[in-house]
Design a protein around this ligand. Structure first.
Ligand SMILES: *Cc1c(COP(=O)(O)O)cnc(C)c1O
Length: 379
């Protein structure tokens, strides 16, 4: 294991502590931030929000992009617009960051868990299909869970660590069952499935620009969609549902203060300009890791799945078993190389342990063996 620690320190050109994922500000960040401050437009109005939304939509190939205060709020609004109501159910995967399930819960809905695929670590289309066929029926054009009598309104797959899940097959199943597809693409900016950007398969897709993501605005998120009316509603709901007027304050429903401040957008516009450079840097690192771990017994670097281009947001390796994983985590973290296990599965958390699920063998398998290793863009 010392060999691995030495290798990673050399790879990142430092004998000190190597973080899991640090932001890089090598572009026009300072220039834009200063301009933002000098103009006094640091808050909810300003040109950087508009520039960012336009540039982001272009980047991922969606018609519209609506900036939000973080990725969780982007998911929350997407689910509201997908029609998720209190008492509904929403299908997702147990192997995800808590934000996915929090957003579902904010709607008053309950998550249902289906398994993930071993090769993508994202939602398994087979597991989704099996779950629906076994437990659900279409009544009144709605997908109804036969055991709970609740409506399953939406499905939220997640592209784990930037590796695209089999989103085309998932979309087909959702269409067949009248379930609205919302992609949690928080981790997958720059990732493509069959040459189409992740987050653009669903009715809506949500991205995050938290400090640890591939590009960051400090905190931030965005909703993408091709549907004009959903885009307008998303903008409306995230900006307190205020009816545009030169001076009067009139709001036509309960809205949210979820807009991204201009100062965060300024940072983000500069970051977005560097995305392509970040992506190729990470791809190179992935190849170096892949070659290195090919020669290490019982450790496997997890490369991008078939038909996909991964952004390699967080590089990950698979270890033999939980015991080896624990030893690896202990040794690397003690010796200045930051590594992290996969999240505790959602169905094992107190809040979600009663949620209905399919068998989750793959999620369990991965959660005991997968470790994230340093993944920052290398200088
Ligand atoms: C980062 C992340 C989010 C959103 O997180 P915020 O911190 O609210 O921006 C959502 N889902 C997943 C899977 C994430 O990794």
């Amino acid at each position: 294991m010392q060999k691995i620690v030495d290798f990673i320190k050399k790879l990142y050109g430092s004998s000190d502590f190597i973080a899991l994922h640090e932001p890089r500000f090598a572009g026009r960040e300072k220039e834009f931030l200063i301009e933002c401050i000098d103009s006094t437009f640091v808050s909810s109005v300003g040109k950087y929000v508009d520039t960012f939304e336009r540039e982001f939509a272009k980047k991922v190939g969606s018609k519209y992009a609506i900036a939000t205060v973080n990725g969780t709020s982007a998911l929350h609004i997407s689910l509201i617009l997908a029609g998720v109501k209190s008492g509904d159910e929403v299908i997702t995967q147990p192997l995800t960051f808590i934000a996915t399930c929090n957003a579902i819960s904010y709607c008053g809905a309950k998550p249902l868990f289906v398994d993930v695929d071993l090769d993508t670590m994202g939602m398994s289309a087979e597991s989704l299909r099996d779950f629906l066929e076994k437990n659900c029926e279409i009544l009144d054009r709605k997908c109804v869970n036969k055991s709970t009598k609740k409506t399953i309104t939406a499905c939220v797959p997640m592209h784990t660590f930037g590796h695209p899940c089999k989103i085309e097959a998932i979309k087909e199943i959702c269409d067949k069952w009248n379930i609205t597809l919302v992609e949690d693409a928080a981790e997958s900016l720059g990732s493509y499935y069959k040459k189409r950007h992740t987050g653009t398969f669903g009715k809506m897709g949500a991205f995050s620009f938290n400090g640890n993501k591939i590009i960051t605005s400090g905190g931030g998120g965005v909703i993408v969609t091709d549907d004009e009316s959903l885009a307008k509603k998303a903008k409306h709901l995230t900006t307190t549902a205020k009816i545009p007027h030169p001076y009067e304050y009139v709001h036509d429903e309960i809205g949210y203060n979820y807009r991204m401040p201009n100062i965060n957008a300024a940072l983000l516009v500069a970051q977005l300009e560097q995305l392509d450079a970040f992506l190729s840097n990470k791809k190179e690192t992935a190849q170096i890791y892949k070659d290195f771990f090919a020669n290490i017994e019982s450790m496997e670097f997890l490369a991008e799945p078939q038909d996909s281009v991964s952004n390699y947001w967080l590089h990950s390796i698979m270890l033999k078993d939980k015991e080896q994983r624990d030893k690896f985590l202990e040794f690397t973290n003690k010796n200045g190389v930051m590594t992290r296990p996969i999240w505790r599965l959602m169905n094992e958390l107190e809040m979600f342990k009663d949620c209905q699920s399919s068998s989750l063998d793959n999620a369990k398998y991965l959660s005991q063996r997968v470790v994230n290793i340093p993944s920052s863009v290398r200088l």
